[in-house]
Ligand binder design. Structure first.
Ligand code: AMP
Ligand code: GLY
Length: 433
């Protein structure tokens, strides 16, 4: 099969590396891809959000299967547009992608079908939003822009004044554009966070190994929220009992709710969960693989990713095995200094050969998030640059390997967190899970 992956980050790189292991994958392309991905796939420079150009290209090149990995083309209906020209694709259609693209849609869905989530109100008027916040009188309070905002449209406000400023930024200054026409005001929840990605064909759901993201830019969860600075899998807080409970109270009810609403979800559904003192609750849904969760989840997948993906499209996921290796994985993101705000690009990256470690280490893979090839050299081209991923028998070993590998890579103003997995290790140690 000739396959096209739409996107150009570390997640797409991990998907491509996994797909290439399938005996059915004979040719693989990526659009737009990046410098490191070009070592594994033929890259075509089409913007992931240019649905028309992408579909025309896919038809012209006669791809057998397209994997739409990024949220915005899914929200724009790329899977629908590909179907219209007869090309099957991995990912939800436009109607089902609303589960991520509109927080108002997902919150109302959860309320209607009794899926546990934070209490909330929806507003299109700033004054009414503030009135609700004042009436609740509970801080911190969480304010979320309705639409997609690169993971940055969530504000946690510690006081009425901060909330007022937040509502102004989102609704009046339109910091996130039209995404902020509506806001969700949410109760602040506490507890460990767990990411669970699941394959689904709309009826059957098969969860992947759980993981833990580290969203803040700095050590000890300080600094700004980012797309994710590192991940570990499995997540020690996610016990088999908790998994069972989430399946019954959250995963299956969500799949059934989407069916009942007439928009069955096919593809990878991402459950961002918080394990609160009152039980597991949904913080957010994503309509796609997580980044950098994918960089720890797929290295542990045993079996044929392409077969599993096609089964979600064809509706026969029940017949396909989804199995994960024992052991653990860790991914440390190497970012450009200044990310997620202002940073420079075009810095030469030392320590790589053909995109991988110049001195290879067993079980270590370098996934490229934001790189480009310039005059024959690999250079930085984004905020998140590389994801250095390691698998091992245990989490401490995986972390040690990942950090050791990081020490062999260098570029100017490189920034990484030094405490990826620390909370998970503490949880394992105290058995407080
Ligand atoms: P989201 O983009 O919805 O995942 O939110 C980004 C981050 O904000 C989450 O990973 C949480 O750490 C935090 N967050 C979002 N909603 C809540 C909430 N209701 N209570 C506490 N923290 C939250
Ligand atoms: N790492 C969080 C996300 O992919 O949304």
């Amino acid at each position: 099969m000739k396959i096209l992956v739409v996107g150009g980050g570390g997640r797409e790189h991990a998907i491509i590396k996994a797909l290439k292991k399938s005996p059915d994958c004979t040719e693989i392309w990526c659009a737009p891809g990046n410098g490191g991905i070009s070592c594994d796939a033929i890259c075509k420079n089409i913007k992931a959000t240019d649905v028309q150009a992408m579909v025309a290209f896919a038809a012209e090149e006669k791809f057998d299967y397209v994997v739409v990995a990024q949220d915005d083309p899914l929200a724009l209906g790329m899977v629908d547009a590909l179907a219209a020209v007869g090309i099957p694709a991995f990912g939800p259609d436009k109607a089902a992608a609303r589960i991520e693209a509109s927080k108002v849609f997902s919150k109302n869905l959860m309320q209607k079908y009794g899926i546990p989530t934070a209490g909330y109100g929806v507003f299109d008027d700033p004054a009414q939003a503030m009135e609700y916040i004042r009436k609740q009188g509970k801080y911190p309070v969480v304010i979320k822009a309705d639409g997609l905002a690169l993971g940055k449209g969530v504000l946690i406000c510690q006081s009425e004044a901060e909330a007022e400023e937040g509502i102004k930024e989102i609704m009046l200054d339109k910091k996130f554009g039209a995404s902020g026409n509506n806001v969700v005001v949410e109760e602040f929840l506490t507890g460990p966070e767990v990411s669970v990605l699941a394959f689904t064909d709309g009826t059957t759901l098969k969860p992947m190994v759980s993981s833990m993201d580290h969203k803040r830019a700095g050590d000890n969860d300080t600094g700004l929220n980012t797309g994710g600075m590192g991940t570990i899998a499995p997540n020690p807080y996610y016990t088999p009992e908790m998994a069972q409970r989430c399946m019954e109270e959250i995963f299956l009810p969500t799949i059934r709710a989407m069916q009942a609403e007439g928009c069955p979800f096919k593809g990878c559904l991402y459950f961002g969960l918080m394990l609160t003192p009152d039980g597991p609750k949904v913080i957010e849904y994503n309509c796609r693989f997580g980044d950098p969760e994918t960089q720890v989840v797929l290295p542990l997948l045993e079996g044929d990713l392409l077969r599993i993906m096609r089964a979600t499209t064809d509706g026969n996921l029940a017949d396909v095995e989804v199995r994960f290796a024992d052991g653990a994985a860790a991914c440390v993101i190497l970012a450009s200094g200044g990310y997620p705000v202002a940073y420079e690009k075009g810095k030469v990256i030392d320590g790589l050969t053909e995109g991988q470690l110049a001195q290879p280490m067993d079980g270590v893979t370098v996934y490229h998030s934001g790189t480009a090839v310039q005059d024959g050299a690999m250079v930085t081209a984004g905020g998140r640059v590389l994801g250095v991923s390691a698998t091992a028998a245990t989490l401490p070993q995986a972390l040690e390997k990942a950090y050791k590998a990081c020490d062999t890579i260098h570029f100017e103003a490189m920034h990484k967190r030094t405490d990826i997995g620390r909370r998970a290790l503490e949880a394992l140690k105290t058995r407080n899970v």
